[in-house]
Design a protein around this ligand. Structure first.
Ligand SMILES: Cc1cc2nc3c(=O)[nH]c(=O)nc-3n(C[C@H](O)[C@H](O)[C@H](O)COP(=O)(O)OP(=O)(O)OC[C@H]3O[C@@H](n4cnc5c(N)ncnc54)[C@H](O)[C@@H]3O)c2cc1C
Length: 267
């Protein structure tokens, strides 16, 4: 059971950060995950008065406040225009609408959960995290940091001419994924570059970058070689949802489908 002694609605990020330095203090997002744990929290810090619940868009970036809900992300028109339905696809299996109206982007990324669809999807894009103390760093770097006492302020996705696809396999609707996969491609310094993010391996998502010029009319057999090569670069583990071997096979299939879909769009 979770017990909380003291609740504070922070008036500034500075206050939230200071309070969070105490050993038994915790920042709260939507509390959807935390409430299921066993912990004695001395002070719980609520960020909901700090204006972090907006998605801002300009010519260069999307800036997603840590207190934005997963539902806001799922429904954002600008993100849909830029990436089609891929982001919504990554989110809509997560429990249900009421749940996604409460779970936050900050809690989802800060948690660095192995099963995270949110992390898998955002990792494939040109994504940064803004930390109160640690500055703005790449999500791919943050994901390997140990959990500390910093505060995640926002997620920043740099806009560029990239195509995104997302897919996952679940044993039943709304369960954790057995495997999650995002594929992105676009020109980087004039070279066609592919990004593959595979999560729920069951370890947390990791990203792979490949400079591959792939002809749009490539045969299925040839594309399968690329997909197998990409999938083989990740490590996989076994748990109650699937074996390492099965997960690698799923990764090959999901990567192949996403690559094919991206290539077909460009025809
Ligand atoms: C039953 C269940 C099923 C789920 N299924 C899936 C799924 O299939 N796919 C998926 O991707 N996710 C899934 N999730 C995870 C969910 O989507 C959220 O990621 C999770 O609930 C955390 O978000 P939250 O806002 O509730 O964070 P909280 O539970 O409030 O916090 C989580 C952690 O993050 C810290 N934290 C929160 N915000 C900040 C911040 N701004 N700065 C620093 N630290 C912060 C908290 O201190 C805590 O340690 C599931 C969760 C549950 C409970």
């Amino acid at each position: 059971m979770l017990t909380i002694n003291n609740y504070v609605k922070a008036k500034s990020l500075e206050e939230a950060y200071e309070l969070n330095q105490a050993r038994n203090a915790r920042v709260m997002g939507g509390m959807m995950w935390m409430r299921l744990g066993n912990a004695k929290v001395q002070t719980i810090i609520d960020l909901s008065d700090l204006g972090l619940d907006q998605i801002e868009e300009n010519d260069h970036v999307f800036k997603i406040g840590a207190m934005c809900t997963l539902r806001q992300l799922e429904q954002h028109e600008g993100l849909r225009e830029m990436y089609g339905d891929a982001i919504a696809k990554a989110l809509h299996h997560i429990v249900g609408v009421q749940f996604r109206n409460q779970a936050t982007v900050g809690g989802s990324i800060y948690g660095r959960f192995g099963f995270s669809d949110v992390l898998t999807c955002l990792l494939a894009l040109d994504t940064f995290v803004e930390l109160y103390n640690g500055g703005t760093i790449r999500l791919s770097e943050f994901v390997n940091h140990k959990s500390d006492k910093d505060i995640l302020v926002s997620i920043i996705i740099r806009k560029s001419n990239r195509k995104l696809r997302y897919d996952s396999i679940r044993q039943t609707k709304t369960d954790f994924p057995v495997l999650a996969c995002a594929v992105v491609t676009g020109p980087v310094h004039g070279k066609e570059t592919w990004y593959f993010s595979v999560g729920a391996r069951p370890m947390k998502a990791a990203v792979l970058e490949k400079e591959w010029e792939i002809p749009k009319d490539i045969s299925d057999e040839q594309l399968e070689i690329y997909a197998k090569e990409a999938a083989s670069q990740f490590t996989y583990g076994t748990n109650m949802r699937g074996s390492a071997k099965y997960r690698q096979h799923l990764a090959e299939v999901l990567i192949l489908r996403s690559m094919r879909s991206i290539l077909e769009e460009g025809r």
